[in-house]
Design a protein around this ligand. Structure first.
Ligand code: CUA
Length: 257
């Protein structure tokens, strides 16, 4: 029994300290990241005690009844049945509501930020037809196997670098020239598919200037694994100055910070 008890204590300590380690991670760099991390912690805080609870009961039952040669079958117990049904329903409701509240957030589902007439992603001929968003906008086109970004109003183009201002609402309008691609920026928790003939939208606010890795996450041919880009987040003044001085050019991103 002594060694068993020690194992249980050790497992509990390991679980709790890994939870503490997770809680201690750095602040989120984007609004999207904050939302999704927040949801994951919420679910973790519910799942962890439940997991421990089930494991403790399992171990307790296994230890206590392991040499019971004459087990009694469980008979009807309405109180117990109602309790576990209601408890399970409450937990599922909590999980559903937490998930839904993040899913409909206008950073995670940007179409929520448009009125219902403008939510369609089809029927547009070009980037110029797209509805007003009120955000700082960048037009991003994926093609085998590069990402090209253009900045409306400034006639500036970048290749495999997508420049955005910090602390501002940014919309990336995405499309593809050939097959389906997908832009994924892990550190910013931004992910959106790019389809030929359609315009999809990713939306974020990034608080921390810097370079963030973006990769293509839709298998798109021989060069798929090399189809990556940098999201370059710069101070708004740097962004405006950079757009002004590069009017009409295909150019490189400014250095962040
Ligand atoms: Cu583009 Cu994979």
């Amino acid at each position: 029994m002594g060694s068993r008890r020690r194992t249980i204590v050790a497992l509990t300590v390991a679980a709790l300290s890994s939870l503490l380690a997770l809680t201690g991670t750095a602040a989120a760099q984007s609004e999207n990241r904050e939302l999704i991390d927040g949801l994951e912690y919420q679910l973790l805080y519910v799942a962890l005690p439940l997991t421990l609870f089930v494991l403790v009961i399992l171990v307790y039952a296994a230890v206590k009844f392991h040499d019971n040669d004459d087990p009694e079958p469980t008979t009807e117990d309405p109180a117990l049945e109602i309790t576990w049904t209601v408890a399970t329903a409450l937990i599922l409701l909590f999980v559903g509501l937490s998930g839904y509240s993040v899913l409909v957030n206008p950073y995670v589902s940007p179409s929520q930020a448009l009125d219902s007439d403008n939510r369609s992603q089809e029927g547009f001929e070009s980037f110029d037809d797209l509805p007003e968003t009120g955000d700082e906008e960048v037009y991003v086109t994926g093609y085998q196997w590069e990402w090209q970004a253009s900045y409306p109003g400034a006639n500036v183009t970048t290749e495999n670098e997508i420049v955005i201002p910090a602390d501002e609402n940014v919309t990336l309008w995405l499309t593809s020239d050939d097959v389906i691609h997908s832009l994924f920026v892990s550190d910013l928790a931004v992910k959106q598919d790019a389809f030929p003939g359609r315009y999809t939208r990713a939306r974020t606010t990034v608080s921390e200037p810097g370079r963030y890795d973006a990769v293509c996450t839709e298998f798109c041919g021989a060069g798929h694994s090399r189809m990556d880009a940098d999201i370059v987040v710069v101070e708004p003044e740097t962004y405006d100055r950079w757009l002004e001085t590069n009017e009409g050019n295909v150019t490189a991103a400014p250095e962040p910070g």
